[in-house]
Design a protein around this ligand. Structure first.
Ligand SMILES: Nc1ncnc2c1ncn2[C@@H]1O[C@H](COP(=O)(O)OP(=O)(O)OP(=O)(O)O)[C@@H](O)[C@H]1O
Length: 256
């Protein structure tokens, strides 16, 4: 059997009055997994635990078969991009993209500089390399943030609502880009969103979280048509997608 990329065994995390309870999860290399759920259900805590920013109260994490439960974030080499692109305002686009490489003393390596240029072209930001973040649009900032997160080819990319502060047109363009780079860069992605139509556009697999627990797991469309619990049914009903619209969105995805 092939090696799992990520395995989570009985993960429990208590933060204040909230608990992420006894999560079991695994993914294969190349998977694009969506974590969907309402505000406050624990999506960010889930990602932060994988990134190493939250300690577990119970359970264990494995990356490529190696236990990482107690490994600090900088030793996990996991890429992360957030809703707010969190670019350094005093660094140019080029310097922002190279930031992680600089921390790992790779920024002067000609291979990394070539990789940065090739990525900037793939992300359609090669004309922006000398600009500073305050002179970029929201969509351009997110492209830079994604390029920075994947520059050093992380084994896993974590996306925490990276598109939710963008207007609809920019969001759709970035969804196309994410689909493209997932394939061309052979990325493994966990993408947190509370937007089911985004899940439908991007993920082959989806986990619905509710109050710190996995409520349902499966293919997005399958979950839409066969919600396992009343909560999932009501949550997806709230998306106001009628089945015809769901199918047309899927056709859009398959035609791409
Ligand atoms: N440091 C903390 N102290 C106390 N409670 C916390 C802390 N961090 C997070 N929480 C709580 O944990 C719960 C889960 O938070 P989390 O940020 O993971 O939710 P989320 O699903 O990502 O929500 P959203 O979609 O709004 O970003 C929330 O109730 C939040 O208030």
């Amino acid at each position: 059997m092939s090696q799992k990329l990520l395995e989570i065994h009985n993960m429990t995390i208590n933060v204040g009055k909230f608990s992420l309870k006894d999560i079991n999860f695994s993914m294969n290399p190349g998977d694009y997994v969506i974590i969907l759920g309402p505000t406050g259900c624990g999506k960010t805590v889930f990602l932060e635990a994988i990134a190493g920013l939250r300690a577990l109260n119970n359970g264990a994490l494995f990356l490529n078969g190696k236990e990482i439960t107690h490994l600090p974030p900088e030793c996990r080499y996991i890429g992360v991009a957030y809703q707010d692109s969190l670019l350094y305002p005093f660094l140019s686009v080029k310097e922002n993209i190279l930031f992680g490489a600089r921390a790992r003393k790779m920024a002067g390596d000609p291979a990394i500089l070539r990789r940065m240029e090739q990525l900037a072209e793939a992300m359609r930001i090669n004309h922006l390399l000398d600009r500073y973040p305050r002179f970029l649009s929201g969509g351009e900032r997110q492209r830079v943030s994604l390029a920075r997160a994947i520059l050093t080819r992380p084994p896993l990319l974590l996306l925490d609502e990276p598109l939710s502060s963008l207007d609809q047109q920019t969001r759709h363009a970035l969804q196309d880009l994410l689909r493209e780079i997932h394939a061309t860069e052979s990325l493994s992605i966990i993408h947190v969103t509370h937007d089911f139509s985004e899940a439908l556009q991007l993920g082959k697999r989806m986990i619905v979280l509710h109050d710190g627990q996995v409520e349902q797991e499966g293919e997005p469309l399958d979950i839409f048509y066969h919600p396992a619990t009343e909560f999932v049914a009501k949550f997806l009903q709230g998306e106001n997608l009628i089945p015809g619209q769901v199918l047309s969105q899927l056709r859009f995805r398959e035609n791409k």
